[in-house]
Design a protein around this ligand. Structure first.
Ligand code: DX5
Ligand code: ZN
Length: 236
């Protein structure tokens, strides 16, 4: 499968976002990944629809909005209006949380049983607006949760770090999840997010993922084009 490279602007200089997305474009990146955090679903606050709309003005590349927020359904339209081409919602927002992460300030958020109708409703809302619907899963949530929604999505995003920050270490448990999805016959995009770099990406692609998301590996490099080319070479 061809590898799609998506760069997360979380590691960009937020004072020079236009230049950052132009750098992505010049370096051969396929997509811009926007990490949206609300300080509730994750312990960090980043950006929202206003900045997404600003980024939209400076690139023709597809924009993926990774919503790490409570009640993501309330913001689907806002991100699509801001120019997102793909909207990703976390399964952990659809279903009862584990006791250990139920209270405010307890992270990471994880579930065992998915509220399928609630999630499907939001996925269909994304698709009804002609955009790609992506379901995203935290490292601690069992991948089997996804079994009943696989035909409702354009992509699955597997978190290989607990969400909240760039620059964390890749968790190999993501590989088992990718393989499980492909074993179910899932043929659409599988994206991996967190700690993707020259060392970890080969195993990610070998396991069956085809969308590589990177923030720190790309933005901290001196050879941006080289990073993208190296990742894309992993595809076939
Ligand atoms: C983590 C974000 C990731 C993050 C990736 O919560 O969803 O997209 O920016 O950063 P790196 O590539 O540095 O692990
Ligand atoms: Zn992300």
């Amino acid at each position: 499968m061809e590898v799609i490279v998506s760069t997360s602007i979380l590691s960009a200089d937020f004072g020079k976002l236009a230049e950052a997305v132009e750098l992505c474009e010049r370096s051969g990146v396929d997509r811009i990944h926007v990490d949206v955090m609300d300080g509730h679903f994750v312990p960090n606050i980043t950006i929202g629809p206003v900045v997404t709309a600003a980024v939209r003005k400076y690139t023709k590349l597809p924009i993926a909005a990774h919503l790490m927020i409570e009640n993501p359904g309330d913001y689907i339209d806002a991100f699509i209006d801001a120019g997102a081409d793909l909207v990703g919602v976390h399964v952990e927002c659809y279903g009862e949380r584990r006791v250990a992460c139920r209270a405010y300030g307890q992270y990471p958020k994880e579930i065992d049983v998915l509220d399928v109708p609630a999630l499907v409703k939001d996925l269909r809302r994304i698709r009804a607006r002609g955009k790609q619907a992506c379901v995203t899963i935290n490292p601690g949530t069992p991948v089997e949760c996804l079994a009943q929604v696989l035909n409702e999505v354009d992509a699955v995003l597997i978190m290989s770090v607990n969400p909240g920050f760039s620059g964390q270490k890749f968790m190999p448990s993501a590989l088992t999840k990718i393989m499980w999805l492909r074993a179910q016959g899932f043929k659409r995009d599988i994206a991996v997010d967190g700690g993707v770099n020259a060392e970890t990406a080969p195993a990610v692609v070998k396991a069956g993922a085809n969308v590589l998301i990177t923030a720190s590996y790309f933005f901290s490099s001196q050879d941006h084009r080289g990073v993208v080319e190296a990742l894309k070479r992993l595809g076939s």
